[in-house]
Design a protein around this ligand. Structure first.
Ligand code: PMP
Length: 396
């Protein structure tokens, strides 16, 4: 059948790794491949009660169309509660509610990228963003990271070498996939570079509040004096991803464009979900819920790192995230994590091979593990099984 897709669609390809990941869904597999929040922490009973209250008090408006910008009380809560932890003082007018931050990523590409434009990103970067951007046919420039995130001198070099670059994409806190976090001086410097090079920065921050030690870092946007930084936030990891509620925070000139794009994409995010989320946060303190999540994930992080140290060959390196959902494992240069994963699947354990997180360099000797959504016994057993496979490759 000769289907005449757009050039854009013709460029979209299913990856071999995605096929491999389908195998991780078999019930007998202990999968560290997903990125799901722990379902046992979802406040199901409280949401049930809030749902009834919303239907009782404002049922008709919850089922009606609403403004593209979002339900005002929810925008207010985002501005006053969530963005203040990132050390920003905002109002509802600075916020557009989106259908998850994934929609913010898609809109960012639509807003800033023509075919062939340069996107500067971390090496590696979030696969979902790479995919969302790829539909707009940009050229990716990967910038090296060290243990503290993107290396500023390398970023400056990329900016100098690509003076027409259209945007910088960064995940400063507990990055997906590496779990790495930028210190505050790097955040400040990125905001300064954005102004210097007049380039928008997309600061994607789903994990900043899931910090296990210390207080939430200030956002890159908190250092943004001229309005070059776009902050993408989400309730997915601090409340419930099924609500599909995220937000864009940007300067008025940029935010207005996002609103126009949102209008064309889906008119608005769900009136019902926005009201439930807002009513929940008016009645209960989301900070209490976040504290619970931090505690559970922090313990699982400890166990995962301990198990990797115990069961993986000594030469295998891993990151030491102090928040978020993921750690990143580095194998010897000549090893291919996707090939090794085929053997892991036979042992009924899985991770995500790192290759697709590198949009151009496709490095093969890394993989990502998730620790948020797995009970302790499975973390221990799963890491043991991966260790058993890895040890075969490291035996002398
Ligand atoms: N950005 C990053 C870095 C992510 O890891 C995710 C989810 N895995 C998202 C954005 C999208 O999340 P959501 O659309 O659920 O807000």
């Amino acid at each position: 059948m000769d289907i005449k897709f757009s050039d854009r669609a013709n460029g979209l390809k299913a990856s071999a790794i995605r096929e491999l990941l389908k195998l991780t869904e078999m019930p007998e597999v202990i999968s560290f491949a997903g990125g799901l929040p722990a379902p046992e922490l979802f406040p199901v009973e409280k949401v049930k009660e809030i749902f009834s209250e919303v239907m009782e008090k404002e049922g008709t408006s919850a089922l009606q169309y609403g403004p593209t910008e979002g339900y005002r009380p929810l925008r207010e809560i985002v501005a006053k509660q969530r963005m203040s932890t990132a050390q920003m003082d905002l109002t509802a007018d600075d916020i557009l509610i989106t259908t998850g931050s994934q929609q913010g990523l898609e809109f960012s590409a639509k807003l800033f990228l023509n075919k062939g434009d340069v996107v500067i990103c971390e090496s590696p970067s979030y696969l979902g963003a790479i995919n969302a951007f790829a539909a707009y046919e940009p050229k990716f420039i990967e910038v090296e990271m060290d243990d503290e995130g993107i290396i500023i001198s390398e970023l400056e070099k990329a900016l100098k070498e690509n003076p027409n670059a259209k945007m910088i994409y960064t995940i400063p806190d507990f990055q997906n996939p590496t779990g790495k976090t930028m210190p505050d001086d790097r955040r400040k410097r990125i905001a300064e570079l954005a102004a210097e090079y007049k380039i928008p920065v997309i600061e994607d921050n789903p994990y900043g509040e899931l910090i296990f030690e210390g207080t939430v870092h200030p956002a890159i946007k908190s250092y943004d004096k001229e309005g070059w930084v776009v902050f993408l936030g989400t309730f997915s990891k601090i409340f419930a991803p099924g609500m599909r509620l995220g937000w864009v925070c940007a300067s008025p000139k940029i935010l207005d464009k996002y609103i126009i794009i949102k209008q064309g994409a889906d008119l608005q995010s769900s009136s019902l979900d926005q009201r439930i989320a807002a009513a929940f946060m008016q009645k209960y303190d989301l900070n209490d819920h976040i504290l619970k999540i931090r505690e559970v994930y922090g313990k699982r992080r400890n166990l995962m790192l301990e198990c990797m140290d115990k069961y993986f060959p000594a030469e295998v390196k891993h990151t030491n995230p102090y928040g978020g959902l993921f750690a990143w494992v580095e194998l010897r240069d000549d090893l291919d994590a996707a090939k090794i994963m085929e053997e892991c699947i036979k042992e009924n354990v899985a991770y995500v091979p790192g290759e697709p997180f590198f949009p151009t360099s496709g490095r093969k000797n890394f993989f990502r593990v998730n620790y948020s959504c797995m009970p302790d016994d499975k973390i221990i057993e799963g890491v043991k099984r991966i260790g058993k496979v890895l040890n075969k490759y490291y035996e002398k």
